[in-house]
Ligand binder design. Sequence first.
Ligand code: AMP
Ligand code: MN
Ligand code: MN
Ligand code: MN
Length: 295
Amino acid sequence: MAAVHLLNADLHCHSVHSDGSLPPDELARLAHAGGVQLWSLTDHDELAGQHAARAAAEALGMAYVCGVEVSISFLGETVHVLGLDVDPDHPGLNAGLARLRAGREHRAREMGESLARVGIHGAYEGARRYAGNPDLVSRTHFARFLVEHGHCASVHEVFQRYLKEGLPGFVPHHWAALGEAMQWIRDAGGLPVLAHPARYRFSPTEEWALFHEFVGHGGVGVEVTCGAHFPDEATRYAATAEEFGLLASRGSDFHAPGESRVAPGELPDLPARCTAVWTRWADRLQHLRPAAELA
Ligand code: AMP
Ligand code: MN
Ligand code: MN
Ligand code: MN
């Protein structure tokens, strides 16, 4: 098991099918170049890239599991749960995700109107131009448009000034309920993994409630080492994983060259006390030698 634990796994990335900038095959090449041995493309609320991602990964000799990152509303905050190793053609999961995508169009129009009120015009149309998938206009596409038009210097600055809760471009939205989204993932044969837990603005009690309900609904893992976590946060959530009996996941959350802090595969190993979520697929991974042995 120790050997499998040390694989270079990157189980969180985005393509043009959601708010990433690269098509799945280019992303696969980048992941492979970054040393990734086990990969998952996890677009927001969308499975359209899965067959292309799997084909590209396998052609490069990487192991692949299908994935998705589902948008959820929990205690008034948006929470993301990854579904790893899902069947990308499962009707129930696809129907649930289609409902989430449908809600994005209305939100995007309202965001455009909201930005127009502070003097930023044409943002809805602009964001749509950036969206490779017309069903999936995200805040990231608005951010890229605002950068291109000189309103801010970086995507990150756009979020700080316009797109977070309470700011002029933010429109509250109701995503899936935690239990229903986890049911879609489990019905599709996938493992629910709580994404980037350090990024939610919960009190300790609310965070405990999230983990407690996540486990109650059949949650299996939590992201410990990820692009959105600082090293001390990885240490903290390694302990939380142990406390709640969860497996640990690792993923860059890569979106775009020049925009994302961490490239695919370029992450620290999981803390030694963790059990990797991919030990669940150990029988499929035996042919891969750990990155440490290859070095
Ligand atoms: P949405 O699903 O449309 O609400 O967009 C959420 C996406 O916005 C996340 O998946 C990130 O890609 C991006 N995002 C959220 N917060 C930030 C931030 N502070 N800086 C850069 N990107 C962010
Ligand atoms: Mn994103
Ligand atoms: Mn996320
Ligand atoms: Mn993500």
